[in-house]
Design a protein around this ligand. Structure first.
Ligand code: X2X
Length: 338
């Protein structure tokens, strides 16, 4: 009797071990998290917050390690999504711009002057458009978890104040490696050059390019005034959301309870980062001015001239993004709560 009870207990213990209840044996010692920007950029802070929350709430079971500067893909930011898809990267907090060459729907956010304000960004990411975008990512084997924000991208240059498209004529502008950006700046009469973030500052320092575009946080923290940037046009022409995401196989390998923790932590980190970086914009602008950058605020009429000059980008890109998705986005923006 006693023996049979012992046998039963031993058999049960063996079953528990082999089915891995608790999954102790299934965890990797480290899960990679890719980002382009490190702390103190809001983007890096978002990743850091996520990692801290996950480690705390999984009591160290899920050990996330941040690899900034997209070092897992040798700094080539437009290769990040492919690496996340094929498992070279476990998790990432990535910009819609950098993933748009693989997920064509993400070009939606790069359409010039689609989103005039923060409420417009929220109307897309927090609504049905955002769900459709996440579904498009999921179809490619990557699990989207939450939204963050890099921010409205403003234009800086070394040469002159830019208030009209004509001011951009022939100006050499560094843009991210996205064909849509190439088309936008060509439509404006500028001379765009695609390069990764790692190459941007050196190119500005040597004068190989005259200008660039990035959110105020990036312009301030990267100290763009040190690489000849003297003029900033606050044209709010587009904003790039960030997406927290997981490789599909990595995601499936994790117990349901941990997945819930990771997803919720990503949502919290994303909400925290969006709020924080929006609140910091005015302070950042003041720092830029203190460092000698001249800021041009556009009037509605001036902004309209830029919008008209880039209409051709919609004709070129709406069919590739999906006409109905672009239309749905335009409606969501028009109906947004301000
Ligand atoms: O490369 C850029 O400009 C950056 C850092 O903003 C992105 O990764 C989109």
């Amino acid at each position: 009797m006693a023996l049979s009870r012992w046998v039963l207990a031993a058999a049960l213990a063996a079953t528990v071990a082999s089915t891995g209840i608790g999954h102790a044996a299934d965890y990797k010692s480290e899960y990679t998290v890719s980002t382009v920007l490190p702390t103190p950029f809001p983007w890096g802070q978002a990743a850091e917050r996520w990692v801290e929350l996950v480690e705390e709430r999984t009591e160290g079971r899920v050990n996330l390690e941040i690899y900034s500067g997209v070092q897992l893909v040798s700094g080539n930011q437009t290769k990040e999504f492919a690496a996340l898809r094929n498992g070279l990267i476990d998790f990432a907090v990535g910009s819609t711009i950098n993933w748009s060459p693989q997920v064509k729907e993400l070009n939606l956010f790069s359409l010039p002057f689609l989103m005039p304000d923060h409420a417009a960004i929220d109307a897309l990411t927090q609504g049905e458009v955002g769900e459709r975008i996440f579904a498009a990512i999921e179809r490619q084997g990557v699990v989207p978890l939450a939204w963050g924000e890099n921010g409205f991208r403003e234009l800086t240059n070394s040469t002159r104040p830019v208030t009209t498209p004509e001011d951009l004529a022939g100006m050499k502008i560094r843009v991210v490696g996205s064909p849509l950006f190439q088309d936008t700046f060509e439509a404006l009469g500028a001379n765009p050059t695609q390069m990764s973030w790692a190459d941007a500052k050196p190119a500005l320092a040597t004068g190989a390019v005259d200008g660039q575009e990035n959110p105020l946080s990036v312009i301030e923290i990267a100290k763009m005034w040190e690489v000849n940037q003297k003029h900033l046009t606050r044209w709010h022409y587009m904003a790039d959301p960030l997406i927290f995401a997981a490789n599909g196989a990595t995601w499936k390998s994790l117990p349901e309870a941990d997945r819930r923790i990771i997803r919720e932590a990503a949502r919290e980190a994303g909400r925290w980062e969006i709020e924080k970086s929006r609140a910091e914009n005015e302070k950042r602008l003041a720092t830029l001015r203190e460092n000698g950058i001249e800021v041009v605020e556009l009037t509605d009429a001036q902004r309209a001239a830029f919008r008209e000059a880039t209409e051709s980008v919609y004709e070129q890109w709406a069919p590739r993004i999906g006409e109905d998705l672009v239309e749905q986005a335009r409606e969501a923006v028009a109906e947004r709560h301000q």
